[in-house]
Structures are given as structure tokens and as C-alpha cells.
Design a protein around this ligand. Sequence first.
Ligand SMILES: [Zn+2]
Length: 215
Amino acid sequence: MSNEDRRSLCQRIRPWIIPIIQGIIVGVIVGAIVVIITALISIICKPPDFSISVNPVTGATNPGSVEQTMVNIGRIWYKRYKYSVTLCAETQNPAIKVTFIPEGGPTPPYNSTMKINIGSGVSEDYYIIEIEGIGGDGREHTCKYVLFVRSIPDNGEPPPAEEEEMFVGGRESDVYHYSNCRYVNMINAENIIWFTSVEDARSHGYRPCRVCRPP
Ligand SMILES: [Zn+2]
């Protein structure tokens, strides 16, 4: 190809380059606008909803006593959830009775005190209490509370150290947590695994959570 030819090729291509670049830029901008509008529509069209959480998520007490914790009913960011939310709880043992004050009624956000009455015959173990909020429009959300029942000596001595430090993992992951980690609340009750020590967790192939940082 001679220099003449090369120059004439350049001259033929040049008028096309700018329109092509402009076309690409316009295409990218239009695409981005479509994506943003679609995302906004999907957020706006989502019906209002509520959330439910409990804090603290674990507690320890002895048989025949009362334990309490706070349940929070929230609304999901900017939307006003217009229905009242009623609370109920399912315990794994009929001798563990749960009451809420209030039991529900107000529209979110509100707090309710959850009182857990532990019968004197309840055996030492841990119990998962599933707290359910039912909205006036039929929406349901749940969260979990883990209750340790154990005999704490009357002389006020703390319980034995090996019972104090229990670690929690989920069947669907390989991470273990302190029992009060916020991620424990996200593990399905049926998937919870308890480890009596860090060695126990590690020997099962579990690694420490990066949020609650157990040893
Ligand atoms: Zn954790």
C-alpha cells in the first residue's frame, strides 16, 4: 500500500469516527438512565413492609425465673407501614411462656418488652424462641432469641467458665460466632450448631467470624 492509498483510506474513515463515538456515548447514557428508572420504579412499587428484631438476641437464666428482652418492630426505611403488627412467640417447651408488653397494635416503629417465664421444671439446655410479627395486611416476619437455661448457684458465683463461652455456627456456612453476634440472628433455627469451645468449632472446619471476632 502506498502512502497515497493510506492517506485516502484515512480520509474515507475520518468522517465516520466522530458519529460512531457519539453513538456509543449516547447509547451508554440512555442505557444508564433506563437502569436507574427501572430500579426506582421497582423500589417505589414495592409495598410498605415492617421488620422485626430482638436485642439482646441471647439470654441466660435459671429454671423458675423470668428473663426479659426488647423486641423492635421497625418500618423499612422511607415507607410508612399503615397496619398494626401483632406479636406471638413459639417456644420449644410448653413450660416456657412468653408474653409481650404491648402484644402489638401500634403501627411500626415501636418496641415491645418480651417477658419469658421459665417454669421450675424446665431442664438445663438452650431453647430457641421464634418471635413472629403478623401485620394487619397478612405480612409475617420472624426473628429468633436463644435462651440458655441453667442452674446458677445461689451464692452469686458466676457459672462455670466452660458454659459461659459457647460459640455458634450455621450448617450452611463454615463460620463460627459469639452467641450475641448479629449474624447469629440470621441463621435459621434448624441450622444452628453449638460449639463448646473454639477448638471444637475449628475441629469441625469452622473459622472465626470477621465481625464479632471470636478467638
Ligand atoms: Zn459473628
